[in-house]
Design a protein around this ligand. Structure first.
Ligand SMILES: Cc1ncc(COP(=O)(O)O)c(C=O)c1O
Length: 436
């Protein structure tokens, strides 16, 4: 196929400058390990594990074979009132590594669906307990919780909201946790735990008994890696406990090893009531997400319904799709057998050392990072985001892919990276920024 602007016209691309892209296409046609190849044959290092979803890298045969075999054996079965063995096996593998009291997972097809499902679960739980007046939800400025209407309602990123003003009512945002004075802080900032008191103020203003749940990413990822200040998540947990509010951690990016442990909740020592997962669940090979809940939530919702009745009126045609489960099972086994979360933890120091070494560059406004997740924010030049957009393209043409948000690049190496790969990523970033 010739990749001309004409032949590319029919596909309306997501979160993309379509007109620009079709003039200067950046098509990926092959992936292997931490590398990808574009349609011109150039080799590109994958600096953000795709979109934070491919920690094992690309082209792993075990995953492809598991999916292939599954499709030949049993390609689909209705997930309502029937199921397939893979869904139960994957649920066991996942809940084996989730926090102790979180032993139930509901499968969906994306992070956005996980968020909408979590919103409904919170509503169903409170209603089952006779607490249905809890109709308010709290999230945070600069939050990203996907693009379905529930996620947009929780969103704290202006561009994701302003075109779509009809969102869920009764949503309020706490302040975000980025503070200019803490620029170039590696890991969690010392100051800022008191930002969690925004939740306490909402309780005092609206009544804590009207709030159903608080949604936060333990590390805000898509907005450019904003770390929780020390003590912040603990304080949120305490306020939630005091007022009977559910705490939801959106671990769509941080889940499955990115912070050096299975989940950020392990790393930060704070256990939520509900956790949303996606991306690395299947190494991005087949779309899949999930919502993990505490046993008490599962039990309350299921036991509130009459015997033999459906308990939760929610689900997708492709919930627990056999191919996705086969990919998920293969991926979870690779994580375990190759101890990849430990490998991520082991590489973190080296990665963060290199990332923070970039700070001598004048174009850089801030660097943040934790585990194998880092961000480099450039000073804006022209309209906010213009410099970042150009840098992302230049970086790609320079042989590296990484996700940008505004003027910030987010770097998230695959866990299978060696130190030399990290060096290559950081060299390419430096070369690109020198001209940015
Ligand atoms: C924290 C978080 N939640 C939800 C989502 C939405 O996931 P998806 O794009 O799979 O719908 C994302 C995607 O980046 C995310 O980072």
């Amino acid at each position: 196929m010739q990749y001309t602007s004409n032949s590319l016209e029919s596909h309306w691309m997501p979160f993309t400058a379509n007109r620009e892209f079709k003039e200067d296409p950046r098509l990926v046609v092959k992936g292997e390990g931490v590398y990808m190849w574009n349609h011109k044959g150039d080799k590109i290092i994958d600096g953000s594990s795709g979109l934070f979803c491919c920690p094992i890298g690309h082209g792993r045969k075990e995953i492809a074979e598991a999916v292939y075999n599954q499709l030949l054996e049993n390609d689909y079965a209705c997930p309502f009132m029937t199921s397939t063995p893979g869904a139960f096996e994957l649920a066991q593998l996942v809940t084996r590594i989730t926090p102790e009291q979180m032993n139930h997972v509901f499968f969906v097809n994306s992070g956005s669906e996980a968020i909408d499902t979590a919103l409904k679960m919170a509503m169903a739980y409170h209603r089952a307990r006779g607490d249905g007046q809890r109709t308010r939800f709290v999230s945070r400025e600069r939050a990203y919780h996907g693009v379905n209407m529930g996620g947009v309602s929780l969103s704290g990123m202006v561009k994701n909201r302003e075109t779509f003003p009809v969102v869920m009512p009764n949503m309020v945002c706490m302040r975000h946790t980025w503070n200019a004075e803490d620029a170039f802080t590696r890991g969690q900032p010392e100051n800022g735990a008191e930002l969690a008191d925004d939740l306490q103020r909402f309780c005092e203003m609206y009544g804590g008994s009207t709030i159903a749940a608080v949604f936060v990413e333990p590390i805000a990822g898509s907005t450019g890696v904003l770390l929780p200040p020390k003590g912040y998540l603990e304080r949120l947990r305490a306020i939630c406990d005091e007022h009977g509010i559910l705490l939801v951690f959106d671990e769509v990016i941080t889940g499955f090893g990115r912070t050096g442990n299975a989940f950020a909740s392990d790393t930060f020592g704070v256990i939520p009531d509900i956790m949303t997962i996606a991306k690395a669940l299947t190494n991005g090979c087949i779309p899949m997400g999930g919502v993990v809940v505490k046993d008490e939530i599962y039990k309350t919702v299921t036991e509130a319904a009459p015997e033999n009745a459906i308990e939760f009126f929610h689900g997708y045609t492709y919930s627990g799709h056999p191919a996705a489960c086969a990919a998920g099972i293969a991926v979870q086994k690779i994580y375990q057998e190759e101890q990849l979360f430990d490998k991520a933890a082991g590489l973190s120091e080296y990665f963060l050392d290199g990332l923070f070494d970039l700070k001598d560059m004048d174009c850089i406004k801030d660097i943040r990072g934790f585990g194998l997740l880092g961000a480099v924010e450039l000073h804006s030049k022209g309209n906010p985001g213009a410099r970042g957009t150009q840098a992302q393209k230049d970086l790609f043409h320079n042989g590296m892919h990484s996700k940008f948000t505004g003027d910030t690049v987010i770097v998230a190496p695959p866990f299978v990276s060696e130190k030399a790969h990290v060096d290559e990523m950081l060299d390419k970033l430096r070369q690109t920024f020198e001209k940015a």
